[in-house]
Design a protein around this ligand. Structure first.
Ligand SMILES: [Zn+2]
Length: 320
C-alpha cells in the first residue's frame, strides 16, 4: 500500500490526512486550531503529534505540504508566514525529509489549492486556470498547460496586490487600492468600523451595528456578508466595492493570460449571489469582448489545500 501524507499549515489551523495512491477519500484525518500566541515551533510540535496519531506506526511513501505563506517550491524553504512568527527561512522540506526518511514537496497554499482543484475539483479537464482564494488575504495560483506556473521566484499569481484603485486606501504592502485591501474579510471589516466611528449620524449601517451589539471590534467579513444579506446599506456598499475590485482584477488577468477558468475559494466567496454577480459582471466588462472565460466556485472547499498536497505528493512519485 502506497501511503500519502498530506499536511496543511494554515494561518489559523493545522490539518493532516493520509490517503492511498489513487484513492479519493481520506483514510484518516486530523485537525487542530493553531494557538493564537503560537509560533513556528509550536505549530511544528502540534503537526508532529497529528502526524504520529495519523500514521499509527506506518511509513508514508511521500509527503505533500501546503503552507500558508510564500515558499520557494524548488528548495522547500518557507520565506515567512504573515500570521505566525518564526517561519522566516525555515527549511520545511528538509526538516520533514530528515524526520520521516521520505521525499517531501512543499508549496504555498494558493498554488497547492490550484493544483488540487485542477486534479480533483472544479478544474478537472481544463489545461489553463487561475485559482483565487479570498479570505483573510487574497492569493492566486496558476495552472498553465496543466502544470503549476510559479514564476521565477515562486511569486506568480499575486492578484491580491494588483492595484485597481491608485487613489484607494493603503494596503499592508504599502500601495494603495490593491484587490486585497478592498476585498479581504479583515479589510472590509476595518473599512466598516472606520466609517461607523467617523460618521456623526447613525443613519447608515444600522443593521450592521445591531448584529455586533454596537461593539464595532466584533465586525468581521462574515458579519458584513450577514448584514448585507439583511439589506444593510453600508455592508452592501463595502461588499460591492470588494466584489468590484476583484472583478476588475480578474478582467485584467483574463486580458493578459486568457485562461479558461477562474476558480474562487475562501470564506468571502460565501457572501452570496449579489457578490458573485458583481464579480462576474465587472470582470466581463473589464475584459475584452473576444476573451471568453468562466468564474466558478471551488469544489473542494476547506480541504482544497490538503487535496492539493496529495496532488503535489503524487507528482513527486510520478516524476521518479
Ligand atoms: Zn497590497
Amino acid at each position: 500500500m502506497t501511503l500519502i501524507l498530506a499536511l496543511d499549515f494554515g494561518g489559523t489551523k493545522l490539518a493532516a490526512a493520509v490517503t492511498q495512491l489513487g484513492f479519493r477519500e481520506w483514510l484518516r484525518y486530523e485537525r487542530h486550531l493553531s494557538p493564537v500566541d503560537g509560533n513556528a515551533t509550536t505549530d511544528l510540535e502540534i503537526m508532529r503529534s497529528l502526524i504520529h496519531s495519523l500514521l499509527q506506526g506506518e511509513t508514508p511513501a511521500v509527503i505533500g505540504v501546503s503552507f500558508g505563506g510564500p515558499v520557494d517550491a524548488t528548495t522547500g524553504i518557507v520565506r515567512l508566514s504573515h500570521h505566525v512568527p518564526g517561519w522566516e527561512n525555515l527549511p520545511l522540506k528538509d526538516l520533514l525529509e530528515k524526520e520521516f526518511g521520505v521525499s517531501a514537496s512543499v508549496d504555498n497554499d494558493a498554488n497547492v489549492a490550484a493544483l488540487g482543484e485542477h486534479r480533483f475539483g472544479a478544474g478537472q479537464g481544463y489545461d489553463s486556470l487561475f485559482y483565487i482564494t479570498v479570505s483573510t488575504g487574497v492569493g492566486g495560483g496558476w495552472i498553465l498547460n496543466s502544470q503549476p506556473w510559479r514564476g521565477t521566484a515562486g511569486m506568480a499569481g499575486e492578484i491580491g496586490h494588483m492595484v485597481v484603485n491608485p487613489a484607494g486606501p493603503v494596503c499592508l504592502c504599502g500601495k494603495r487600492g490593491c484587490v486585497e485591501r478592498l476585498t479581504s474579510g479583515p479589510y472590509m471589516a476595518l473599512d466598516a468600523k472606520e466609517y461607523l466611528l467617523k460618521q456623526s449620524n447613525h443613519f447608515q449601517g444600522k443593521k450592521l451595528r445591531a448584529l455586533v451589539n454596537n461593539n464595532l471590534d466584533l465586525i468581521t467579513g462574515k458579519i458584513i456578508s450577514d448584514a448585507a444579506a439583511q439589506g444593510d446599506d453600508l455592508a452592501v456598499n463595502i461588499l460591492h466595492t470588494g466584489a468590484w475590485a476583484l472583478g476588475v482584477g480578474i478582467g485584467n488577468v483574463a486580458n493578459l493570460i486568457n485562461p479558461q477558468r477562474f476558480i474562487l475559494g475562501g470564506s468571502v466567496t460565501k457572501a452570496g449571489k449579489n457578490w458573485w454577480n458583481t464579480v462576474q459582471n465587472t470582470a466581463r466588462e473589464t475584459a475584452l469582448p473576444e476573451i471568453d472565460f468562466e468564474i466558478i466556485p471551488a469544489a473542494l472547499g476547506d480541504d482544497a489545500p490538503l487535496w492539493g498536497a496529495v496532488a503535489l505528493a503524487e507528482s513527486v512519485l510520478t516524476s521518479r
